[in-house]
Ligand binder design. Sequence first.
Ligand code: ADP
Ligand code: MG
Length: 1046
Amino acid sequence: MTHMALEVKESLDERCNQILKNMEASLTARDRVGIQDFVLLDPYTSETAFLDNLRKRFHENLIYTYIGTLLVSVNPYKELDIYNKKQMDTYMGVNFFELPPHIYALADNVFRTMQSESNNHFILISGESGAGKTEASKKILQFYAVSCPSTKLLNNVRDRLLLSNPVLEAFGNAKTLKNNNSSRFGKYMDIQFDHQGGAVGGHILSYLLEKSRVVHQNHGERNFHIFYQLVEGGEEDLLRWLGLERNCTKYNFLVQGGCAKVSSINDKSDWKTVRKALSIIEFSESETEQLFGIIASVLHLGNIKFEANGQGYATVNNNQGMHWVSKLLGIPNQVLQQGLTHRKIEAKTEEVLSPFSVDHAVYARDALAKAIYGRTFNWLVNKINESLANKDSSRKTVIGLLDIYGFEVFNLNSFEQFCINYCNEKLQQLFIQLTLKSEQEEYETEGIEWEPVPYFNNKIICELVEEKFRGIISLLDEECLRPGEATDLTFLEKMEEEIGGHPHFTTHKLADKKTRKTLERGDFRLLHYAGEVTYCVVGFLDKNNDLLYRSGKEVMQQSKNAIIRHCFPFTEPDSKRRPETVVTQFKNSLADLAEILMAKEAWYVRCIKPNEAKQPGHFDDVLVRHQVKYLGLMEHLRVRRAGFAYRRKYEIFLQRYKALCPETWPNWKGTAAEGVQCLIKHLGFKPDEYKLGRTKIFIRHPRTLFATEDAFQVCKHKLATRIQAKYKGHRVKEGYLRQKEAATKIENCWRGLMARKERERRAWAVKVIKKFIKGFMTRNQPACVDNSEYLTYVRLNYLTRLKENLPKTVLEKDSWLTPPPIMTEVSHLLKAIYIRCMVRRYIRGLSVQRKAQLLLKSLTSSMFKGKKENYPFSVSRTFLDTRIALENINTRVLQMIRHEHIKYSVPVVKYDRNGFRPRLRLLIFTQEAAYLVEEAKIKQRIDYSSLKGVSVSNLSDNFLILHVTCDDSKQKGDLVLQCDHLFEALTKLSVIADKQNCIKVVQGSVRFDIQPGREGFIDFKSGQEFMVYRAKNGHLMVESTRTKTR
Ligand SMILES: Nc1ncnc2c1ncn2[C@@H]1O[C@H](COP(=O)(O)OP(=O)(O)O)[C@@H](O)[C@H]1O
Ligand SMILES: [Mg+2]
């Protein structure tokens, strides 16, 4: 076994166990009472065991039990808390056998099968009157209303589906002896679902309403609910308008049964429900009004009494009833009156009115009441269908609900019971056909080993009733249609004649002595599948003819009530051609119904009535046993037990489950039968779990199928994921390739574009370079086309470079950028301008002091620059105003010279003229003269006018010689001084005394006057170190160190 197979197998086994466990787990102690599925019943052929199980469960309020997928339901006759929302949720989407049996489980299973197989289904609910069919169908509808997907639109449909029920029940149900809410019409309802499972529409077919109830009710029974609801619940205004009194006993049509009030029926609140429902299923105000107008007029009609006149003809003397009918239906009183008391007879060319006898008139009145009610009921059904109709034409699947009147036996049974019971025979026949017969036949044709299960086939009874020419229906029709005096009794005689020997038929005349006692003369008895029923033949012909005299019909055609006009159209096939009799119409509609049902997959709910007294908790063994028997439940069980829960054509089975086996997935090459064999081998089905027929596989237990289905659900998701992944991958890959292609295309375009741009750029560059070279080559020629651009470039380039490299200070003025030849002149001019500009800016920026200083410095420079060796060192030394503050000059000296304005004073070393001894002195310049001062003594005054000149050496010493004119021998001679601030002092002197020109820089020796007529010499030279000494020749020798030029 492959890995996958193992996995599936394991999951199957696991699932089976799980299901069993769940079944166990979900069973509360109470649920475990008896068995949930009769298939598991051990003495499965024993009716007693069957009954025991049913009873045991019934007493625990477990009203549901399965026979396979068939649901047996026993009417509890009390409210059970098993129909709430929680229960619905519990049963939603859960496998059939995983929870205790419930009508919801069946409904859910039908729904899901419909969804997964996309086919149509119907649920046949059968059982005798009062067994719970209508309730069951309501429960199913409610379940769908809650469990189906809901949207606003769907809710709308849902509400109408749900609310069509109370309306139809009001008009079509009545209290009978069997059931307080007995359906007096057959109902087949299709619920249409879209492919998502939403209930999108519905359609109702109704069958043969028991109209006779309108005019006659047996003792203990009532008319249709709506009459009582209107009288009891109708609003005051409405009743007034309808001319009704709030008192049922006032109306002949409501009192015959003698039980207008029933404790279990609340007419008042039912009235409210109906009113509300009518508005929801789209009845307009006026339609509702007209509808109740009709209901009321039926009641008034019943109160019309006839009296015989002198000739014995009927006359009306109850004007009240007549008045209201005429008012409510909008028919002139006269017309109505005539219609009720006369009939039209066609005599050759004219129509003659023939008066009725009183009996006749009553008969005509009742016929009219029945016709009005019956037709109005049909109109109502159509109207509901309009509101349920789904206009969307997309494909729908349907679930049909068949809730038709159940088999019923009263003390007095009439035509209606005959029809109802015939209908039940037909349904039984259908059930037999679909289950017992076809099932067993199928085994046979499929070649499955099978021991036939005997069952009672009620075909014989159906034929007794419906066989052409010989059947009861044919005989009845014949009697109805034949000319001459046909009566109910002639009909009876005819039957005795024709079918007298039939084992299921007997009459008073035909019966043996013992039986005869139980039969009246006018009775005939049928042995139905569900038991004997004695029918009283009285009224058969009338009811079958359903005669409504033409005059009555014509009266109705004049009505102003829209519904009545709709129900009695002028176009009605006229009475010359006889309409089909009631029973034939019924027979045909049942045949149609069978056809509708046969096209769908069937599910069954078999309802059982536990007792005749509508009592909760009372289980009447005899009654139930009887129902079990005639419902064919034992046979059904035996077939189920021996048979197979599930079968499907190989093709369908394979198609659905082929994904569970690698060999069959995705496609099987061989025949479907082989494929299925391969598949189930792979799934590990055990030999007793299945059988292979000619065209189908048969699976014995539902759990095997459920396990397979569950495995499929798991697998489906896996497959879906894989397919999704593949698809997504494919999509992404496709997208990627597309993007890649696009990218290449874009890239190509882009590259082309770039290449073209590059080529253009290069061409341009070549041109530019060429031009540049040409310009370069012709740069020195006069401006022409060839060099103009180049020269512009050169100019620009030079100017830009120049801009970035301008000298930052005046001192850098020589670093001017060398211009290209064409810019020489410009550069020159620019340089001049720039420097001037710089100088100007520099000068502007100078302070007064600095300016004075610089003036002095420039003076110094003009005197000494390039002349005296140590001049450069002086440049950076700031000149001060004076070197000796006034307060440091002796006050006596000050007193003596102050008036001359002391301008500058500096300490000096004075060398004696004789002997050259150095002495520290002060040198003071005033406005007038230079003074040599020693403390308080003025040693020498040299008037500037007598200052002949000043000599300094060209070397780096600080000697200065002040030459004075000496006309006076008393006067002292020239001064030989040494001053640390030589340049400063001399500059000051030259400014103060205005003596620039007399300061001389000399080389070698300086001659000076020691005193007038006596000369001395100072020799200057450079040496290793600074020395001042008297040389041998008597000269003052000044040796100064050589300064390194910077
Ligand atoms: N499942 C149920 N739970 C409670 N009461 C029920 C149930 N089924 C039927 N009944 C009672 O039995 C009565 C008759 O049921 P109904 O469905 O009208 O019978 P049928 O349609 O078979 O003639 C109901 O009115 C109700 O009181
Ligand atoms: Mg019913």
